[in-house]
Design a protein around this ligand. Structure first.
Ligand SMILES: [Zn+2]
Length: 99
């Protein structure tokens, strides 16, 4: 049971998605399969695989409208408040275009 509490702490919102600057390089984008470099803007969704929590990452530029619809609105994205204003605006505009 030890690991469970930790996972819950890291993922307070089930199926949460976030947008942030990659804190390390090496994650592969689910769409184009290329690596996401450190500091690059990336979109991640909580992916459950049994007890294992991980994120499915995408380059922000590789995110599809379908994926964004699943998020259910920009207010449900994590970590956006820490981004540069220009990136926040870009994300908001992307969500506005979904309608
Ligand atoms: Zn990509």
């Amino acid at each position: 049971m030890k690991g469970l509490g930790k996972a819950a702490k890291r993922h307070p919102i089930p199926n949460a998605c976030c947008v942030h600057y990659a804190n390390n390089g090496g994650a592969a984008c689910r769409a184009c399969k290329k690596g996401i470099a450190e500091k690059e803007l990336r979109f991640g969704c909580d992916a459950h695989d049994g007890d294992w929590h991980s994120y499915h990452w995408h380059h922000w530029g590789c995110v599809t409208d379908e994926l964004l619809r699943k998020v259910g609105g920009k207010e449900r994205l994590w970590k956006v408040q820490r981004l540069d204003p220009k990136d926040k605006q870009m994300i908001e505009q992307r969500f506005e275009r979904l309608k």
